[in-house]
Design a protein around this ligand. Structure first.
Ligand SMILES: [Zn+2]
Length: 549
């Protein structure tokens, strides 16, 4: 009884608050999600008929909300979209791989022993014989932490064997956020760093705990079609070979090269670590790669700022999902993506409608629906590499991905852990919305680097991905966890991620008030939020400080 009373009074408090800000409509949210995730939209795969329908729907809704086109300038006028050319890469024919220890040559199986990605450096054929293997520890070069795993090691013509996660993951204490993953721990960083060093390739040793997923995930996400933004100099971003290796095979190769894997891993957790070659162990590879360019689109709508139009606040979300794929047990082949990310796009449209009704803020506000998130954050990566509005004068980015269509909660979260003013401001705002911040319970999984805000963050723009809470006003954490587990197990990235008439959208209608207030305050103020002093993205932001006067 007491519990019910409390729940009722909380609900009353929520309701009272909702009256003071703009209204967000559960029916419209539901309708948007329903349309976007209908079978007619074919799972919203980039460069498909589903994309054409999605883009048309978004433009229609933004227009109806009274916004202006915010995309590419075509014949002197802003259009509603930004063209996003994407490279599509696929291994064609057999993948021939083998290791030699000087005595015997052992063939390796693609997907089982090693998972090799289609090359994205511009080569059509990856072909090398007896390339040396050099263990580079965690492969980290972090001057701000006085950490350099390379110690001048030349990697030209060599394959860098590297550990996943960062040097203090195992001990849980150190210069890299303890258990939480810094960007240095992410596999994308390892590939990028080795490409910068001109290595022939990167081979990441798979271990389940520090990777946070099993070998199957590695296999499934690396041996299929790869996408990248079209780059002027692709070889600067990708080495010819990018691969993962099974842990046990790696341990065996270390042994045959006269090395002790576990002992070296311990050393790699210290600043004194030096790269070491696996003596007489070499790898040979031969596989062909086909490459094509497809064009997809980001959609951008804009409210022009009344007094500082060149300064921009961005709300974002990805419109794409997985499209049509392998059928599930029921024979359903359409990956509708209702929660992921029909909800985030519905939220983006609802925010746009609220801004459209209100007087223009001082700064401009851009509503950005990006493509190809599911292919590796590519729409947001393309935007950040080719910004429609300068990043230096982009105040902040509030991203929304896979929100909860369910009931009111007492808390909210963001993807991953990060230290920045934008989060502090959100936490302060949340109090007025009776919400408390719940930090990501698994910061070691590196969720911060797995959503579209990250494409902005790594270039220094303060950016977060808001996430729905799990402590339901009705049912508490137990009910929230049940919903979350059910979604993860039964619907996440499956054809069954479909709209339901039973969804109340109560949490979204409530929390959107808070996200509106956060963006609105930024857009009406003169402040430039930044990263914490020791955040890895602070230096990139500070480098453009002169442009924010
Ligand atoms: Zn998503």
């Amino acid at each position: 009884m007491k519990k019910t009373m409390l729940a009722l009074s909380l609900l009353a408090a929520f309701a009272a608050h909702a009256a003071t800000g703009p209204e967000f409509d559960a029916k419209r949210l539901s309708q948007d999600v329903k349309v976007l995730s209908s079978d007619e939209f074919e799972g919203r795969g980039p460069n498909t008929a589903g994309e054409t329908k999605t883009v048309a729907y978004l433009i229609e809704q933004f227009k109806a909300a009274g916004l202006k086109p915010g995309g590419d300038v075509v014949k002197g006028q802003r259009s509603w979209t930004q063209d996003v050319p994407l490279g599509r890469f696929e291994i064609k024919g057999p993948v021939t791989l083998s290791v030699s220890d000087g005595k015997t040559v052992q063939p390796l199986k693609q997907g089982d022993d090693l998972s090799v990605r289609a090359a994205m450096n511009g080569s059509r054929l990856v072909d090398f014989k007896n390339a040396p293997l050099v263990f580079v520890g965690y492969g980290v070069n972090a001057p701000e932490r006085k950490w350099d795993d390379f110690k001048g090691q030349d990697l030209k013509g060599k394959l860098a064997v590297v550990l996943i996660n960062d040097p203090d993951f195992e001990t849980g204490e150190g210069d890299f956020g303890g258990k939480a993953m810094t960007y240095y721990g992410r596999w994308t960083y390892k590939y990028e760093e080795m490409a910068r060093r001109g290595a022939l390739g990167t081979i990441i040793v798979h271990e389940t705990a520090p990777a946070s997923y099993g070998w199957n995930t590695v296999k499934n996400s690396n041996t299929n079609v790869m996408y990248d933004i079209v780059r002027k100099k692709p070889a600067e971003a990708h080495a010819p070979m990018e691969a993962w290796i099974q842990r046990d095979l790696a341990v065996d190769l270390f042994k045959r090269g006269g090395l002790d894997f576990e002992a070296l891993k311990k050393q790699a957790q210290t600043r004194d670590f030096k790269p070491v070659e696996l003596k007489n162990v070499t790898l040979s590879a031969n596989y062909a790669v086909s490459a094509q360019v497809i064009v997809s689109k980001n959609v951008a709508a804009r409210i022009v700022g009344a007094s500082a139009p060149k300064e921009t606040v961005i709300y974002s979300g990805h419109w794409d999902h997985l499209g049509v794929g392998l059928p599930d047990a029921k024979g359903d082949k359409i990956y509708n993506g209702a929660v992921d990310n029909g909800t985030g796009i519905a939220a983006l449209l609802e925010l746009a409608r609220a801004y459209g009704k209100a007087p223009a803020p001082a700064r401009s506000v851009v509503f950005l629906a990006v493509t190809a998130e599911e292919k590796g954050l590519l729409g947001s990566e393309y935007y950040s590499a080719n910004p429609l509005y300068p990043l230096a004068t982009t105040v902040g980015v509030i991203n929304m991905d896979a929100l909860s269509p369910h009931g009111l909660t007492r808390n909210f979260t963001i993807s991953g852990s990060a230290k920045l003013d934008l989060l502090d401001e959100l936490i302060a705002k949340a109090k007025q919305w009776n919400l408390v911040y719940k930090p990501d319970p698994k910061p070691e999984a590196g969720h911060f680097f797995r959503s579209d805000h990250f494409s902005f963050a790594k270039r220094g723009v303060p950016a977060i991905s808001y996430g729905s809470g799990d402590d339901l006003v009705e049912g508490g954490v137990a009910a929230g966890k049940k919903l979350e587990d059910d979604y993860t197990t039964n619907n996440y990235h499956q054809p069954s991620d479909e709209w339901s008439a039973s969804w109340t959208f109560a949490s979204m209608t409530h929390d959107l008030g808070m996200l509106y207030a956060l963006g609105r305050d930024l857009a009406d103020s003169k402040v430039w939020p930044n990263w914490a002093q020791d955040a890895e993205f602070r230096a990139a932001r500070d480098a453009t400080a002169a442009q924010r006067k």
